[in-house]
Structures are given as C-alpha cells and as structure tokens.
Design a protein around this ligand. Structure first.
Ligand SMILES: [Zn+2]
Length: 235
C-alpha cells in the first residue's frame, strides 16, 4: 500500500469512527507506516470527523513527529507508539472515549461479548492509570504510561481505561475500526440487557468461533463498505 493510499484510508477511518459515535471531539486512530519500520501514521490534533488525508502526520517509535513536522500532535500519541512497540502483529490502533465503555471501566463489571460480531474481542481487561502513576489527568502523555497500558492490553484486542475510554487494536485498519464499533455496540447492549435480567454471554467456544462472523475477508469488507457508504452519504 502506498503512503497516499494509507493516509486516505486513515482519514476515512477517522470519519467512520466519528459517524458511528465511537469518537467525538476526542479519540484517534493510527495505522502502522507501510514503509518505515517502527513508524506510524496519525492525524494532527483535530477532531476525527474533520480529518482529511493532508492532516496525517508520521511519528517515530518514540511517539515524536518525524521529518520536523511541527504541526500540533495529539497529546496521547504515546498510546499508539507503545502498542506498536509491544505488538508487532498490530497494524492499527483506535483510542476512544466511547461513553458506553465508561461504566465498565469504573465498576469492576467486566465488558464481555454478548453479540456475535463482538465475539473476537474476547475478555477485555481494565487499565487503571492510578495503579502505577497515582493522581494524573488520566491522559497517557508519555512512553512510560503508554508501555504500562500496552502491558495491560497484553495479547488481546482491546483494553478499557478507567474513567477515560479504551483502546482497540487490529492486524489492519478495517479490523481495528470494526471491532471498535462493535465494542461500543456490545457495551450499550450489555447495559440494556442487564436491566432485563441475567445476561448470557458468548461462551469461550463461541468466542473462539466468532472470528469468521466479522473479521474474515468477506464480512470485514462488507462491514467496511457499509460504514464507508454511510459516511459518504452523510457528507
Ligand atoms: Zn484519551
């Protein structure tokens, strides 16, 4: 994939996540650089619904802007840098403040897949920045904090951040975006289902079999095209 094509897709991913309500004024999505090892692409500091390809910047493994790009970056770019450092299998990272995730990060109640298309998320741990860093703004503002978050993510697809939001990763941009959307959908459904009675979640076996329901090539392409068309119709 060319850098231009990557920037185009990343700008679209920003607008999809905004349109689906996963990100609002805050939150961001990045993509591992197609050519430069250890580098990644991420917008300058602007609301995701406004991102165009020209806003995309290149960042090095330390989370600092490459090539002397002096535009204002996102404060929390270290989330992305630390995860790319820790997870060679990850090609895209979504960080959101999705509202329906927040209750699960502050109550000790685990968010678990109850919806088949959220199945690949599996068990989602919670990272509490206060455990190691005490009282902070709750923002991830350096590599030490980013690495601590990446450690909590472990080998998983998602991690919640107490009182803040969450992170979803994927082996490609489509996978990260689709799972970020369905993590939020699943959390919203869980909040509703709990009002009706005990919730039956996907079993470990169903989780293991759920990948093909959404992340196989066919359904992932179909979902991406659906979300893309919604954005294009809207704009
Ligand atoms: Zn944040």
């Amino acid at each position: 994939m060319s850098v231009d094509a990557a920037c185009h897709d990343l700008a679209l991913a920003n607008r999809i996540l905004a349109h689906e309500g996963v990100v609002d004024a805050f939150g961001h999505v990045s993509l591992r650089h197609p050519d430069r090892p250890g580098h990644f692409l991420l917008s300058r500091s602007v609301s995701p619904d406004q991102v165009v390809p020209e806003d995309i910047m290149c960042f090095g493994p330390d989370g600092q802007a490459a090539d002397g790009d002096a535009r204002a970056p996102y404060l929390e770019r270290f989330i992305h840098a630390a995860i790319y450092e820790a997870r060679p299998d990850v090609a895209a990272v979504v960080h959101s403040h999705a509202h329906d995730l927040i209750p699960f990060g502050v109550t000790g109640t685990e968010v678990r897949p109850l919806l088949h298309v959220a199945g690949p998320l599996g068990r989602v741990p919670v990272w509490d920045i206060a455990d190691r860093f005490g009282e902070t703004s709750l923002l991830v503002t350096n590599m030490v904090q980013g690495r601590d978050l990446a450690e909590r993510l472990g080998a998983g697809r998602a991690v919640l951040m107490r009182g803040h939001g969450g992170v979803v990763v994927g082996d490609g941009l489509r996978a990260a975006v689709i799972m970020a959307v369905y993590l939020q959908v699943n959390a919203g459904l869980d909040l509703k289902a709990r009002q009706l009675g005990p919730v039956r979640y996907l079993s470990d076996g169903e989780v293991a079999l759920s990948f093909d329901a959404i992340l196989a090539e066919g359904p992932a392409r179909r979902a991406w095209e659906y979300f893309k068309r919604k954005v294009e119709t809207h704009t």
